[in-house]
Design a protein around this ligand. Structure first.
Ligand SMILES: Nc1ncnc2c1ncn2[C@@H]1O[C@H](COP(=O)(O)OP(=O)(O)O)[C@@H](O)[C@H]1O
Ligand SMILES: [Mg+2]
Length: 254
């Protein structure tokens, strides 16, 4: 298996005259959990959408699982699970029907969809909601369903755009236990988050600012960037240092 699962080089995406992605070179390795953080509008969603072939870059290259994207995306599509930022479930379908719909897209048999779907619903404590219409679910339940739909075809690479946003703390912890268990069975995960305690739980973290990958490394490596100026810097301090102008947080480190 290729050691690098996702590689972007000098990636650029323009929306009109705005550079939403500005020469981003990013590498995600097999088996890691890579977290993208950055203020709203920094370009996290745009970057993920280019990695899954939904947006064509203006310049630069994207390679996923050894294939150029978007050109050869259909070849690897079945190996990727993408959970978009907005709930990607059909409101007028039930939980079971949503799973059936997504499973069918990936050419799964009904029996496989039901078996694996039931396993996922049980893991997510949603087995009693199989026949509930999605528009009757709570926000957290919709998010769990969206994750279940993403995982149904057992993809090895997960691209999760703010998978835990708005979840209550217990559910957020449950999602992370789930991510770690997926990771321990060989899944590579690229996710975006606004929660810095989650960034701390990633193997490596990329910090985005104004379309640029302003810094990346392990949580320890990122903290070391501040360690000359701050004793035992926190991820919050690193985040503010990298992504905000000094006046927003009262200066501190250079
Ligand atoms: N389809 C689009 N058309 C025009 N501008 C867009 C579009 N999608 C994103 N943008 C702009 O690109 C920038 C990056 O957005 P986005 O990738 O959604 O950031 P993030 O996910 O980090 O919040 C923002 O300035 C946003 O307004
Ligand atoms: Mg976003």
């Amino acid at each position: 298996m290729a050691e690098v699962v996702i590689e972007t080089s000098e990636l650029v995406k323009l929306f009109g005259s705005r550079r939403a992605i500005d020469r981003v070179s990013l590498r995600v390795k097999t088996g890691e959990i890579y977290g993208l953080v950055g203020p709203s509008g920094a370009g996290k969603t745009t970057l993920i959408r280019m990695i899954c072939g939904l947006l064509r870059p203006n310049a630069g290259k994207v390679t996923v699982l050894g294939h150029p994207v978007p050109k050869e995306f259909p070849t690897i599509e079945a190996r990727i699970g993408y959970m978009p930022q907005e709930h990607a479930v059909y409101r007028d379908l039930t939980v079971a029907e949503n799973l059936l719909f997504f499973g069918r897209i990936y050419g799964m048999s009904r029996q496989k969809i039901v078996t694996h779907g039931n396993e996922l619903l049980a893991l997510m404590h949603m087995d009693n909601l199989r026949d509930q219409r999605a528009d009757r679910l709570s926000g957290g339940e919709k998010q769990r369903l969206s994750l279940a739909c993403t995982l149904l075809h057992n993809p090895e690479l997960l691209l999760l755009d703010e998978p835990t946003i708005g979840l209550d703390p217990a559910l957020r912890i449950a999602f992370w236990e789930f991510f770690h268990s997926l990771n321990s069975t060989g899944h590579t995960i690229l996710l975006t988050t606004h929660y810095l305690d989650e960034a701390e739980r990633c193997d490596r973290v990329g910090m985005m600012k104004l379309g640029k990958l302003a810094a990346d490394g392990t949580p320890e490596q990122l903290k070391a960037l501040l360690s000359k100026d701050v004793v035992a810097p926190s991820m919050e301090q690193v985040f503010l240092h990298i992504t905000q102008p000094p006046q927003r947080y009262g200066g501190g480190a250079k």
